[in-house]
Design a protein around this ligand. Structure first.
Ligand SMILES: [Zn+2]
Length: 300
């Protein structure tokens, strides 16, 4: 079964990884890591995007019990681009000889195999951010459905219908915007990023618009941009009353933003394996304002 994260936890003086006991070597390396400062366990940059991770820290170092100092430190780091996250925490025991607990978790992107499962635009968005080559490998029908999901996520009050069937004259998605304007969307999955989308694709959608009695079209492509000739001719088309918007892979990638989940580490907090976590820590990282605190932390 797929889990969204890998979890190493020590709650009773011995390490478990994903619910299983570990051998001595792994336990030793986990002990070694957990003896460092929590901040030092965690990645500084996203292993996929290489951008600096945002971090949120819960620190509770001065809480003293009768005869034993009681320290807690929990940190989450998260990638603003692809929602990769890591969570680390260390807590001394509440009394002498209490082993305390330590926890280390990392998100795991869904391990997709072709064909991609349906209805998981959010996971797919994260996966595309981490593995951009997938733009060129994704099955064309899945890409059409994803494009429909991307438009739904970006235009909350618009209506989006995936119509793509063979013989639909190349129209894959119909998008009706806030002003009730109907846009016919053609989706082109290109297997190579080195070619640009050419003039023929523009010609093709203009033909469809004319035949359908429509005036607005959008070409979405996984190619790296559009040829100069295609771009120039959208101006000519506009002068004739046809508006065609061009969306390249780069623009489409930016449109993934609303599909990238906020506070993606929450899935960890609700895991039964984390039952030993105190409520104040769960509230801190799991509250609705956790994402906001993360951004404020970056601004400070
Ligand atoms: Zn990332």
């Amino acid at each position: 079964m797929h889990s969204a994260f890998d979890l190493a936890i020590n709650q009773s003086g011995r390490w478990e990884v994903n619910g299983e006991d570990v051998d001595e070597d792994i336990a030793d390396s986990l002990y070694e890591r957990s003896s460092m400062e929590v901040d030092e366990w965690l990645a500084v940059r996203c292993p996929y995007c290489q951008v600096p991770l945002q971090s949120l820290k819960f620190e509770d170092a001065d809480l003293e019990s009768e005869e034993w100092r009681y320290n807690r430190l929990y940190v989450v780091v998260c990638c603003p681009r692809c929602a990769y996250w890591e969570f680390g925490g260390n807590e001394s025991g509440s009394q002498c000889m209490d082993p305390g607990q330590a926890v280390l978790a990392k998100s795991v992107a869904a391990r997709f195999s072709q064909p991609l499962p349906e209805g998981c635009a959010r996971e797919l968005a994260q996966h595309l951010r981490r593995h951009p080559a997938l733009w060129h490998e994704i099955a064309p029908t899945h890409l059409e459905k994803l494009v429909a999901d991307i438009f739904r996520a970006n235009y909350r009050h618009a209506e989006v219908i995936h119509v793509g069937r063979p013989g639909d004259r190349g129209i894959d998605v119909v998008f009706i915007d806030d002003d009730s304007t109907r846009w016919l969307i053609q989706v082109k999955r290109r297997t190579s990023s080195s070619r640009k989308e050419g003039f023929e694709t523009l010609q093709n959608i203009l033909g469809t618009l004319a035949l359908e009695g429509e005036r607005h079209g959008i070409i979405v492509t996984t190619a790296n941009g559009f040829s100069h000739y295609a771009t120039r001719n959208t101006v000519r088309a506009r002068n004739q009353g046809y508006t065609v918007e061009l969306i390249s892979k780069q623009a489409l990638d930016r449109m993934l933003d609303p599909l990238i989940p906020e506070s993606p580490w929450r899935v960890l907090l609700s895991s039964p394996a984390m039952a030993g976590l105190r409520q104040d820590v769960i509230d801190y990282f799991g509250g609705n304002d956790a994402q906001l605190k993360l951004f404020e932390g970056m601004a400070a």
